[in-house]
Design a binder for this molecule. Structure first.
Ligand code: PMP
Length: 300
């Protein structure tokens, strides 16, 4: 696969209130966000021209910044509008949307009180993360890193710094021939993959870890709502790694990953099955609806 470098592409990027040519969206190397990871972001998908759950993503972006101690200088309406504008400008109807807020270069020390908060939104084509492998199911290796205790990291924030252990874990998994890594938390409980939440089908019910030290994903919540619609019981609970062998099916859920079956975790093998397939198809159908139809469909 040839990678097109992200700094050498055509198109426009929304940066601090205006669209600028993609290649001009450059940052000074002495930006606080780069040195101290004072950055938060979102990962969203547009389907048939609509950004799925846009307001939820925007609200989480704003909240992620607040958790890190900064206020993004745009309202939720303005951020939504920026995402829609840059999507329209891209000419794409199915795309990945990446808003990012970061601290600027006014001050370069642990203290960052004088820094300005910037916001950018970029859009690109990004077919499902696991591509052609998706229906067959992906293979997860066990991560060498643990999701941290909530008192040791801002776990409710989609903060750039939290992805450091994600990249290291994913690289270790890829080096061992897996597609992604399954992370345990600091207690040794099952938590999530490096960029998606995890679900297990056990005795006809969905079991998923309690999101008390990792993101309670927007897709996770959507899948839970879709399962309720199908009268599939959902149990949020502590899941220990040795219980995974008892799962009939396993899948991941995330904005980029969508609903993706898992066929292997370490030495355990799973066959993608009917509950995963039903929820995968329900999710695929849901994301194609208009925002109003999505609300109606998910309403109790
Ligand atoms: N966990 C992590 C670490 C993630 O990066 C993501 C993707 N944002 C998720 C879970 C799933 O979140 P969502 O469904 O809101 O995209």
């Amino acid at each position: 696969m040839t990678l097109v470098p992200f700094d050498d592409r055509d198109g426009s990027i929304w940066w601090d209130g205006r669209l600028i040519p993609w290649r001009d969206a450059k940052l000074h190397v002495l930006s606080h966000g780069l040195h101290y990871a004072s950055a938060v972001f979102e990962g969203e998908r547009a389907y048939s021209g609509n950004i799925f759950k846009l307001r939820e993503h925007t609200d989480r972006l704003i909240e992620s910044g607040r958790i890190l101690g900064f206020e993004i200088p745009y309202s939720a309406d303005q951020i939504d509008e920026a995402c829609r504008l840059v999507l329209a400008e891209s000419g794409l109807t199915d795309a990945y949307i990446r808003p990012l807020a970061w601290r600027g270069a006014e001050q370069l020390s642990v203290s960052a009180q004088q820094t300005t908060i910037h916001l950018m939104v970029a859009v690109w084509a990004w077919p499902n993360l696991f591509g052609a492998d998706r229906m067959k199911g992906v293979r997860l290796g066990m991560a060498p890193w643990k999701r941290p205790h909530p008192e040791t990291a801002p776990i409710r924030s989609k903060a750039a710094g939290l992805y450091m252990i994600g990249t290291m874990s994913k690289h270790a998994a890829e080096a061992a021939g897996f597609n992604d890594a399954l992370m345990l938390d600091w207690r040794g409980q099952v938590s999530e993959a490096t960029g998606a939440n995890i679900f297990f089908v056990m005795d006809g019910a969905l079991h998923t870890p309690i999101p008390d030290c990792f993101l309670d994903g927007i897709t996770r919540r959507t899948v839970i709502a879709l399962a309720h619609k199908r009268q599939i019981p959902v149990i949020e609970r502590v899941i220990m790694p040795d219980e995974m062998a008892g799962a009939a099916e396993v899948f991941l859920a995330g904005s980029a990953a969508e609903v993706t079956p898992v066929r292997q975790i370490g030495t355990l093998e799973f066959a993608p099955g009917p509950i995963t397939e039903t929820l995968l198809r329900d999710y695929e159908a849901l994301v194609r609806l208009s925002p109003d139809e999505v609300r109606t469909r998910l309403a109790a």
